[in-house]
Design a protein around this ligand. Structure first.
Ligand SMILES: *Cc1c(COP(=O)(O)O)cnc(C)c1O
Length: 806
């Protein structure tokens, strides 16, 4: 339904009067934002109910995407866009003297995730709804999102993210749908009167899980799915057990904070309870919904329900489903197992050993005794079945319970019918190396689903200047179907189009330059190359390699002031896990090098370093449209996919990359001439692991450039990093450079020099940029979720259905 601008304006004023007893002229931005949000929510509430009703009436199979993280960022503009009313709303607000973009800044980022994994889950939510697929999210409503980052003296300081302080306009609390979750205590099996074995619980704690639902609005298709996030409360029946403030606190803290560790498991008690809490609540509510509305026998569950385990954090879905089917629905083990495996599917997100989730048997038993009993049984039956088919040691290596630990990836693979990696290279490595044992046992379960991004958000919402050029050049169909971006290929030699795209980029760069000045006091020129590395701070992502190159440039310029090179602004955005010491040391070193270079009168504005604090979705939205160079420089084999590489490409940045994760597929999409590839291949990395011949010391001794750069960390060249500089130096030399930075250094420098040259030829550069945009369509999460829907979830799209009210 088209939005009538005049009615919209009246409605906004009317609601403001009702809610705040206020006229528009007197209202704060905050008040107008909340009023507008309520108005938008009201606009999709009928479609939300109708979508739900449609799935129920037609008995549609639904997928439930279980993820311990979701990272939607701000939702105002994407809801307006998907409802098809963004332009009209913008005009209406302009009439009233309000800038939509300013208003949108009022919204707090919903930051219930660490990085790529959570952002992917949110891109999927958008694409599942936009594709008209019956699918819902299931996660945790943390009171505090990922910490806010500040820099004090160059060090990272973490502050709490109180995102709920002024309320959350998009969520609906559904107390009537609360469920109880039992943890702790003891469980034993006792015989009932009819001779069955039933678990008896003793001294367990009962937690009340209350769902908060958020509408996931599809793009102009009247579909609104549900993201259900669970919060913990004390059930009435347990009130007297929680007399002490401390006891209450402990319980209420369960869903208070998101664990801020990325790609690194800490194995803490409260985390395990968090995992079980949202898994158990989610599965209970799915079963309840199925029985109440579908009215089919429980034995047919897998025909109507698919559950996706996003990384291993929700792996307890497997034993929890078994528990409900056996203990509550009274199915046989065999029947329950058959259903569970058919319902579950799993995505692996990592190949790094330290990120593979394991729990000690002892902790598991104490925290979740019934889960542990069921997992023991799954494990025992697994061994029994497989030992007849496979060698003993292979079966032993793949057990769920092994060496005193419960292996969550093993549980996820054994308990599901599909295991997928997130880029071609990653999925191949799973089969050939990381999960090779499982590939021998279950070859048919393994498949690839290359990640994607919500392209409407990462183009239409964040980059209006570019979007307008696209409209003028190739028409508007790309807004619905990003595959149509390829129409742009016809214009790669059209000077007028290249210039218009360059102008759009310039506008975005100037806007970012203004933001940089406002937040950091650093002045940067929009004529410089904007060279961007934005992602979590992690040793394997090699922000340090980027820094080594910058230091080399600095030393070159100091030595030879007349050196010819393009002006460059190196832009970083990255949070380090609070407990990740080495990552924090790198942050400090980048910040101190920035101080040194930005304030050196010899350098002027030839190179600048800008480390923008508090990297999150909203900051990404500011940086990405302004980027010229996209740094994707992880050590080959370490980044499962990456998605910022896709966002940057879509916005016309040129990728500078190792052949890692989805970078390989980006190269295939744009061709070797439109990307800068450097460094070891994944095969060469594995060869080094095998022959153990890598020597960083030798590279240091033999390579004068490397020596001079590394010495800058310990000889006072970079001030204020006495301890940090030594730590960096030692990590590279004494501890032999775990991520082969020094090995890749020369080829990285070479690629950077080529980029410098290429940028000098603006037409050449603009053409590369256009080719990147034109070939970004294949990395749409619309495409990715269609593949999941077809191959794994077996759900159907309802292309578009019109609600009664229209
Ligand atoms: C896309 C995105 C990521 C993932 O970045 P990678 O470079 O793929 O690791 C992390 N954080 C935020 C806020 C993002 O938007």
């Amino acid at each position: 339904m088209a939005l009538d601008k005049e009615i919209f304006k009246e409605e906004l004023k009317q609601r403001l009067r009702e809610n705040y007893a206020m006229e528009l002229e007197d209202a704060s931005e905050q008040e107008i934002f909340y009023t507008l949000g309520a108005l938008v929510k009201a606009r999709y509430s009928d479609a939300w109910r109708d979508t739900w009703k449609y799935y129920v009436d037609k008995n549609k199979k639904q997928v439930y995407y279980f993820s311990i993280e979701f990272l939607p960022g701000r939702m105002l503009k994407s809801n307006l866009l998907n409802l098809g009313i963004l332009d009209t709303a913008r005009e209406a607000l302009t009439d009233l003297g309000i800038h939509l973009d300013d208003l949108a800044e009022v919204e707090k980022d919903m930051a219930l995730g660490n990085g790529g994994l959570g952002r992917l889950a949110s891109c999927f939510m958008d694409s599942i709804a936009s594709g008209g697929f019956p699918g819902n999210g299931n996660g945790i409503r943390y009171d505090y999102g990922l910490f806010k980052q500040r820099f004090v003296d160059g060090y990272q300081v973490e502050l709490p993210d109180e995102w709920l302080q002024s309320g959350n306009i998009w969520e609906v609390r559904r107390e009537s749908k609360a469920v109880d979750v039992r943890v702790g205590g003891h469980v034993y099996l006792a015989e009932t009167n009819d001779g069955k074995l039933k678990p008896v619980y003793e001294n367990e704690r009962v937690l009340r899980a209350v769902p908060y639902d958020t509408g996931m609005v599809g793009y102009e298709n009247n579909v609104v799915n549900t993201l259900r996030l669970w919060a913990v409360e004390i059930p009435d029946s347990e009130e007297d057990k929680y007399q002490s403030i401390q006891g209450r606190r402990e319980l209420e803290d369960l869903t208070a904070v998101l664990y801020p560790d990325d790609s690194n498991e800490q194995g803490r008690l409260i985390r395990l309870t968090q995992e079980y809490f949202f898994v158990s609540a989610g599965i209970q509510s799915i079963i309840r919904h199925y029985k109440k509305w579908f009215q089919k026998p429980i034995s047919k569950l897998s025909e109507y329900v698919s559950i996706h385990i996003n990384d291993t954090h929700p792996a307890l879905c497997v034993p929890e489903m078994m528990r409900i089917l056996i203990d509550e629905e009274e199915l046989s083990w065999e029947q329950a197992w058959d259903i569970t495996v058919k319902v579950m599917s799993y995505t692996n997100h990592t190949i790094m050993a330290e990120a593979l989730e394991k729990w000690s048997i002892d902790l598991m038993q104490r925290t979740l005794p019934r889960m542990y009993q069921i997992m023991e049984e799954i494990d025992a039956r697994y061994v029994q079945t497989m030992q007849e088919l496979h060698p003993h040691d292979l079966v032993e290596r793949t057990r769920i319970i092994r060496n005193g630990q419960v292996h969550m990836a093993h549980l996820s693979i054994i308990g599901s019918h599909s295991t997928n990696g997130v880029a071609k290279l990653h999925s191949d490595l799973l089969k050939s190396v990381v999960l090779h044992d499982f590939y021998i046992i279950y070859p048919d379960r393994f498949n690839n689903k290359t990640n994607g991004i919500a392209q409407r958000r990462w183009s239409q919402i964040v980059n209006e200047p570019m979007s307008n050029v696209l409209d003028e050049t190739i028409g508007k169909t790309w807004r619905q179907d990003s595959g149509d971006l390829k129409l742009l290929r016809n214009y790669q030699s059209d000077q007028a189009v290249l210039e218009k795209l360059a102008e759009a980029k310039k506008i975005n760069k100037q806007k970012l330059a203004d933001y940089i000045l406002g937040t950091t006091d650093i002045e940067v020129s929009a004529d410089a190359i904007f060279d961007v590395q934005i992602k979590r701070l992690h040793a394997y992502k090699r922000q340090l390699l980027n820094l080594l190159h910058i230091i080399k440039l600095y030393q070159d310029l100091k030595e030879n002031p007349s050196l010819e090179m393009q002006k460059r602004v190196f832009i970083f955005g990255a949070k380090a896990a609070p407990s990740y010491h080495y990552a924090k040391v790198i942050i400090k070193c980048i910040n101190e090098t920035a101080n040194l270079i930005n304030n050196d009168p010899d350098i002027k504005d030839r190179i600048k370093i800008v480390f923008l604090p508090n990297y999150n979705v909203s900051l990404a939205e500011k940086i990405i449209p302004a980027a010229d160079v996209s740094e994707q420089i992880s050590l080959a084999s370490k980044e499962a996919s990456g998605t910022s590489n896709m966002k940057l490409m879509l916005n016309g940045a040129i990728t500078l990359a190792t052949l890692d994760g989805a970078n390989v597929e980006i190269r295939d999409a744009v061709g070797d001439d439109n990307i800068y590839i450097f460094g070891l291949t994944e095969k060469e990395v594995y060869e080094y692991y095998e022959n153990q011949e890598y020597s960083a010391q030798r590279l240091y001794d033999e390579n004068a450039v490397i020596r001079r750069v590394l010495n800058a960390f310990i000889d006072g060249t970079i001030p204020n990093i006495v301890y940090e500089g030594r730590e960096i130096f030692d990590s590279l030399i004494k501890y032999n450079d775990e991520y082969f930075l020094l090995r890749d250094f020369d080829s990285y420098v070479e690629a950077q020099e080529e980029i410098d040259k290429a940028y000098g030829d603006q037409t050449f550069w603009q053409k590369m940029s256009l080719i990147n945009i034109a070939n970004a369509g294949r990395f749409s999460s619309d495409e990715t979720v269609s593949r999941y829907a077809e191959d794994i979830w077996k759900i159907e799209s309802k292309d578009s259905f019109v609600t009664e009210k229209g």
